[in-house]
Ligand binder design. Structure first.
Ligand code: MLT
Ligand code: MN
Ligand code: ZN
Length: 299
């Protein structure tokens, strides 16, 4: 029987923990070794344990691959990596593609809209078209991204990549620019949604009955970065719903029939990254697991 194996390659949001230019409490503790460091947003998935797909290619992918024996070469140039799928065009999810440029065959999956963003940036021509197949995936259409593993992309509320923002930014856009992934292997069903501005009724219905959900854990509270003196942006402005509060993800998942709930894509300011933080206890008591690098889950 096939099942879904998932390994968190990177549990942090863009910037990672510690972030190079950040002196917040969490980043200082991570530098001192008082809390575990976390690399940037990525998940490896497989249905057979031999062939893998990577969901989001983070700037830390080189170190992530080095730390993951399942993804090491099995011959001179034979790799267990079959495909890379990106859920949006943000730098934390596409910059790692540049590391994968050594003439290694794989398929790059994304929506047509995200493929357009990638194609519009000539630096990605480093992924030679003779070896890397760019496969546009229409929304709500399953594709086999690794043997026995089906992925279906669906639009979730979000926004365009930060570097594509114009003067006016729609942060609650439902389009090909931000998607979630439904994974199926045999009768197992799991979800990967590292960025989501709102849990609407359609998304709730989709998630119902899933064995495993990886979900956007960017901020604990919407004004967390402002309160920490680290800039003017709320989570909402960045297209991320927060964990806490009446409109947060913890409340939104209450009563939803989901097996295992795991937060990923945590910003370095998020207090849940500290094992002894009261916020972490609150999330855990509500049934959430705080993801971390190297964590393996299956469904
Ligand atoms: C985000 O998740 O909001 C983005 O990764 C931000 C960024 O590109 O730095
Ligand atoms: Mn991000
Ligand atoms: Zn920080």
């Amino acid at each position: 029987m096939q099942h879904i194996r998932a390994r968190i390659l990177g549990a942090a949001a863009g910037g990672g923990l510690p972030q190079w230019n950040c002196g917040c409490e969490n980043c200082r503790m991570a530098r001192a070794g008082d809390i575990p460091s976390q690399t940037q947003s990525s998940l490896a998935v497989s249905a057979n344990g031999r062939d893998w797909a990577i969901l989001n290619a983070s700037p830390d992918i080189r170190a992530q691959l080095a730390a993951t024996p399942e993804l090491h070469p099995t011959g001179l140039r034979d790799m267990p990596l079959r495909s890379v799928l990106v859920t949006n065009g943000d730098i934390d999810h596409v910059a790692g593609l540049l590391t994968l440029r050594e003439m290694q065959p794989f398929t790059l999956y994304a929506t047509p809209g995200i493929h357009e963003v990638i194609a519009g940036n000539p630096v990605f021509a480093a992924l030679a078209p003779s070896v890397v197949t760019r496969s546009p995936l229409a929304l709500d259409t399953p594709a086999e991204i690794a043997p026995g593993l089906l992925a279906t992309l669906f639009a979730v509320p979000g926004k365009v990549p930060l570097y594509m923002e114009g003067a006016e930014v729609e942060t609650d856009l439902i389009s090909e620019q931000t998607v979630g992934v439904e994974l199926r292997a045999g009768s197992s069903r799991a979800f990967y949604i590292p960025g989501c501005a709102r849990l609407d009724a359609a998304l709730r219905a989709r998630l119902s009955g899933a064995a495993l959900v990886f979900f956007d854990g960017t901020l604990w509270r919407d004004d967390e970065m402002i309160a920490a003196g680290l800039g003017g942006k709320t989570g909402r402005r960045m297209g991320h719903m927060s964990m806490s509060g009446p409109e947060g993800s913890i409340a939104a998942f209450e009563g939803l029939d989901v097996g295992r709930k795991v937060f990923v894509h945590m910003n370095n300011t998020n207090p849940v990254l500290r094992p002894d933080a009261p916020e972490r206890g609150t999330a855990e008591r509500a049934g959430w697991t705080i993801g971390q690098d190297g964590m393996e889950l299956s469904a």
